[in-house]
Design a protein around this ligand. Structure first.
Ligand SMILES: Nc1ncnc2c1ncn2[C@@H]1O[C@H](COP(=O)(O)OP(=O)(O)O)[C@@H](O)[C@H]1O
Ligand SMILES: [Mg+2]
Length: 1062
């Protein structure tokens, strides 16, 4: 959607411009039409001329009247959205609220152009947009529902519109301070009463008749004496189209019936009202026949009976009223009978009068229900839905009135628009330059001037005695206003024009174009027949017959004229129907007084309307009908051009454009176009006016192209604005890129700054935290150190607060250090960490525990074999420890089971001693008992005895029982002497042996032979038996080196080196 008026300038090629004021060729009708057509084909039915709204009937439902649209337009600046009837309605409403003044919206256009629809749209908009309360909702409902009722009674199907309003309507909506609708008032103008009795082909009577017949409840119809068939009523069938597909009379009836009760119609009101409607239908069916004298008489009493019943008038009186006329002679009344023509005429006149007056009553009744009971000051928006200019093939009195009305409204428009233009210029301090445009005041004067105007002349002709006819009226016109430039007749015209005029015609040059009127019927229609009294002319003048022949097509032409019917008025006054009684009051000026003619009444009502409107701010909606076929999408150029002309749109545009095409507040103008000048972009520091001046100087506006007002800039030609707009469009893209880049940069920078800030913050926090931690640590350290020192100083005192921690520390410290320095083996058991004084006791305990633990562990790890080994060692220890010098050195040499493997022992020997079980074998050196020569031998221990073996020979067997003892020296030599009991002869004597594994062999022996006590360590020398009874000696001493020799004394001398004792 286009964003706003200025923005839409961009799309003007496709959708045209939204405001005709911006049309460069504003004098050209074609340019105007082109724009309208372009928009129509884009379904853009609304276009502005300034604040005037032009609306083209789309003849199809457009999706632009929903609640969403209403919301969109609510409270939005007029030019900010595409043109819409809602924009106008909203603008009127806002202006009313803010300026607290009265407004009216004039909706005009030809029949079927969409006036009534437009007025309904406006009403609906107010119903939705106005603030509401329960009370206000009631008023709102009544305002909305008065519409279908008025339409039922005042609208009819015509050739131009299936729902054509046959009256002019002005409706006031009253608002309170807050803008709530609090009341309303309706004025109606010039109801087309003739429709009640006559309809052209293809047209209908007023909707209400058909609605009643089609939709009325059975009971109601019975009561009214009606049948459910329109064809039975002559007033309903003259157009020959009682049924229309676009109209649903039945459902409309229900709507109307419902509405009537909402707008305060009582049941008796409704009864009376439909009694009247029915009576009109019955009246239409009354037929007359000529009696023998040629006078009218009723041929059927049935219908008369119903009329009489429904209107509450005695049948006889009514009958007489329709067929006779009372003529007042000097003292008595004389009844004069009617001809059939007269009677028909009187009947129709009565029907029209009844309907017309009932319609007025209805309007008044609606007004009563809309009346605002709160008398505080309020403001008003008036809605004027009135017929536009009418030009038919034959134009009569009605067209004359209607077109006169339009002249008056145009005059009003000119006055108000020019006034407001002038006021705006004054307000803006701009010099007012008079501008040429056509002022239609001259035509208004022609019609309404006192004494000389056409209306005065018509009245005069109607009321003057003598043979006044339509033609005498025409003659009078020619006489009196013949020279007027806007008036011409057949007689007055030049030859060329004369061809286009008939004798009975006169032509008026209206502001919207020429209209030729046929004078026939003017007098007739101007007289309100029920009132007139006096001399009557029944015969047709010859002119009249002539003219009637010419214009026989005209529905308004009547053969009978100037029939006066005061008698019927009196008859009606007798009615018992409350509405009729009200409509025909006895206080009404009777025949003696001269009531106003129709045209004068109309003129006064227009004066009244003008007064009403003059005091208000005007707004305009001009409706245009795009084609005569009521078809969507069809734009008939000729038809539209015609309407553009007679709606005075070009006139309007001209007046609007008289001065300047475009004006906007400085702020708005600057805001949009400031990008076009480096000084005003992106920000202007000074006032908006100065900014605009700077801007347009930069753009090179010429002095006559614009004016600077107090708050607005005025631009004379649209092209100036368009050029600016186009420049703006070009510039916009460039700017957009720049703004985009700037914005991106700005965003990235913003992001970066944020990040940097965040980083700094985190850093600060982190540093702070570190510092705080450091400080805490230091404080803690100081405390700890202090405590430590204090603890240290008081460490020897009994446990107290000061030293408890220190002591705990000492304990812990000692324990941890102890853990790391624990002895690894049992042997290191003395390397125990020295405890601090306070741990002395504990340390002892721990040490004991630990050593036990280690011992247990060690002991647990000893194998039985090793145990045996150790037992051996222990045995050795108990025998030798501290006794023999070389023992200490031997401790570390492990003992083995044997020193000679079985295979190294002679098999023969083995064979011999096996049964004794060999336990241990070791190589030895045996010294001969005689001479002490050394010999290598094997010493084998069995369970029973010890054997000395030389190769395969057993040299000596010593039974353990005969082993007396074993001697070794205390020195470091390795000699041993086995002492054998000498009782046994077979024994060879004691053995002197040298064995490298002395300790091992002897320990084995002590175990195997169970002889631990027999081993003796001796000092000095050992005596031994060479043979029983022969003794020898071995002497031991220590010397420089180890040697064995035979000493001079015959002893064996064993010298050994000293070993250092460990
Ligand atoms: N804005 C609109 N949108 C759709 N249809 C419309 C619109 N205005 C008018 N019409 C159609 O045109 C017909 C005649 O409109 P109406 O307002 O009765 O004309 P007028 O009052 O001018 O004689 C309506 O019945 C409707 O079908
Ligand atoms: Mg209408």
């Amino acid at each position: 959607m286009l964003r706003n008026m200025e923005a839409s300038l961009t799309a003007r090629d496709r959708v045209g411009i939204q405001d005709f004021v911006l049309l460069d060729a504003y004098m050209s009708e074609s340019a105007f039409l082109d724009n309208l057509r372009k928009r129509f084909h884009e379904n853009l039915i609304y276009t502005y001329i300034g604040t005037l709204l032009v609306s083209v009937n789309p003849y199809k439902e457009l999706n632009i009247y929903n609640k969403k649209q209403m919301d969109t337009y609510m409270g939005v600046n007029f030019f900010e959205l595409p043109p819409h009837i809602y924009a106008l309605a909203d603008n009127v409403f806002r202006t009313m609220l803010s300026e607290f003044n009265n407004h009216f919206i004039l909706i005009s256009g030809e029949s079927g152009a969409g006036k009534t629809e437009a007025s309904k749209k406006i009403l609906q908009f107010y119903a939705v947009s106005c603030p509401s309360t329960k009370l206000l909702n009631n008023v709102r409902d009544r305002l909305l529902l008065s519409n279908p009722v008025l339409e039922a009674f005042g609208n009819a199907k015509t050739l131009k519109n299936d729902n054509s309003s046959r009256f002019g309507k002005y409706m006031d909506i009253q608002f309170d301070h807050q803008g709530g609708a609090v009341g309303g008032h309706i004025l109606s103008y010039l109801l087309e009463k003739s429709r009640v009795v006559h309809q052209n082909h293809g047209e209908r009577n007023f909707h209400i008749f058909y609605q009643l017949v089609e939709g009325g409840e059975e009971e109601l119809l019975r009561w009214l004496g009606l049948e459910r068939n329109c064809q039975n009523y002559s007033y309903l069938v003259q157009g020959d189209c009682a049924k229309v597909s676009s109209i649903n009379d039945k459902s409309d009836w229900r709507t109307v019936r419902g509405a009537l009760s909402v707008i305060h119609f009582s049941e008796s009101d409704i009864e009376d009202l439909f009694g009247i409607i029915a009576s009109v239908l019955h009246l239409g069916n009354i037929k007359f026949e000529a009696d023998v004298r040629g006078y009218a008489s009723l041929n059927n009493d049935q219908e008369m009976h119903w009329v009489s019943k429904l209107l509450g008038i005695p049948t006889q009186v009514l009958k007489q009223g329709l067929t006779h006329r009372k003529i007042e002679a000097k003292t008595e009344e004389v009844l004069s009978p009617f001809s059939v023509d007269h009677a028909v005429y009187a009947r129709d006149a009565l029907a029209k009068a009844i309907y017309g007056r009932t319609f007025n009553w209805l309007v008044n009744k609606i007004n009563e229900s809309l009346v605002n009971t709160d008398f505080s000051r309020k403001t008003v928006i008036g809605l004027l839905d009135i017929y536009g200019f009418e030009v038919f093939y034959v134009n009569s009195f009605e067209q004359f009135c209607i077109n006169y009305c339009n002249e008056k409204l145009q005059q009003l428009f000119i006055q108000l628009t020019l006034k407001s233009e002038q006021e705006e210029y004054e307000m803006e301090g701009i010099e007012w330059e008079p501008v040429p445009f056509f002022n239609n005041k001259i035509i208004c004067d022609l019609v309404e001037e006192k004494h000389r105007g056409m209306i005065s002349l018509l009245d005069e002709e109607c009321l003057r005695p003598g043979e006044a006819t339509d033609l005498t009226f025409l003659e009078k016109l020619e006489e009196t206003i013949g020279g007027h430039p806007h008036f011409v007749t057949h007689k007055l015209a030049d030859i060329k024009t004369r061809k286009t005029l008939d004798r009975g015609d006169f032509r008026l040059l209206h502001y919207a174009g020429e209209v030729t009127y046929c004078v026939v019927g003017f007098l007739d229609k101007n007289n309100d027949l029920l009132y007139r009294n006096g001399k009557e002319v029944i015969s047709h003048t010859q002119h009249n017959s002539y003219i009637t022949a010419i214009h026989s097509t005209s529905c308004f032409v009547r053969h009978v004229r100037c029939l006066r019917l005061p008698t019927l008025l009196k008859v009606m006054r007798q009615s018992k129907n409350a509405i009729i009684k009200h409509c025909f009051p006895s206080s009404e000026p009777d025949s003696k007084k001269r009531p106003e003619t129709v045209v004068t009444q109309f003129k006064s009502s227009l004066v009244g309307l003008t007064e009403i409107l003059m005091s208000k701010e005007p707004w305009y909606v001009r409706c245009i009908k795009p084609n005569d076929a009521k078809q969507p999408g069809r734009f008939d150029d000729v038809l539209v051009r015609h309407q553009v002309k007679y709606l005075g749109l070009m006139e309007h545009l001209r007046v609007r454009r008289a001065g300047f095409a475009y004006r906007r507040k400085y702020e708005i103008f600057l805001q949009r176009y400031k990008a076009l000048c480096p000084d005003t972009w992106p920000h202007w520091k000074g006032t908006a006016a100065e900014g605009v001046r700077c801007l347009i100087q930069h753009l090179g506006y010429k002095p006559d192209e614009y004016k600077m007002g107090r708050t607005k800039i005025f631009i004379r030609h649209p092209r100036t604005l368009f050029a600016t707009e186009d420049t703006f469009q070009v510039c916009k893209h460039r700017l957009a890129t720049r703004i985009q880049a700037k914005y991106k940069g700005y965003r990235v920078k913003g992001h970066y700054l944020k990040q940097r800030e965040a980083a700094t913050k985190i850093e600060t926090c982190w540093r702070g935290m570190l510092a705080r931690k450091e400080r805490e640590k230091r404080a803690w350290a100081v405390k700890v150190i202090k405590k430590f020192i204090k603890g240290f100083m008081t460490r020897n005192q009994p446990a107290c607060v000061d030293n408890s921690e220190y002591l705990a520390y000492v304990r812990q410290n000692y324990l941890t250090r102890l853990r790391d320095t624990l002895p690894k083996t049992v042997l290191e058991k003395d390397s125990w960490l020295t405890p601090p004084p306070i741990m002395e006791e504990l340390s002892q305990l721990l040490k004991k525990l630990y050593i036990r633990h280690m011992v247990r562990k060690y002991v647990g790890g000893i194998t039985p074999q090793r145990k045996a080994e150790l037992l051996l060692k222990a045995q050795a220890s108990s025998i030798f420890k501290g006794k023999k010098e070389s023992y200490a050195l031997s401790v570390c040499r492990p003992f083995v089971d044997t020193r000679i493997n079985a295979e190294d022992t002679s098999a023969k020997v083995l064979q011999m001693i096996r049964h004794e079980h060999i336990k241990y074998s070791v190589p030895v050196v045996k010294y001969d008992r005689n001479g002490f020569r050394p010999r290598l031998r094997q010493l084998i221990f069995t369970r029973e005895a010890a054997y000395l073996v030389e190769e395969a020979k057993i040299k000596q067997r010593i039974n353990y029982i005969s082993l007396k003892g074993v001697s070794v020296s205390n020195l470091s030599d390795n000699f041993l002497i086995l002492h054998v009991s000498c009782d046994d002869i077979k024994q060879k004597g004691d053995l002197v042996l040298q064995c490298d594994h002395l300790f091992e062999a002897l320990t084995q022996l002590s175990l195997i032979a169970n002889k631990q006590n027999c081993i003796k360590v001796v000092q000095g020398s050992v005596r031994f038996d060479i043979q029983p009874g022969r003794e020898g000696f071995v002497d031991f001493k220590s010397g420089q080196e180890s040697m064995v020799y035979r000493a001079k004394n015959g002893h064996l001398m064993v010298e050994s080196t000293r070993t250092k004792s460990r």
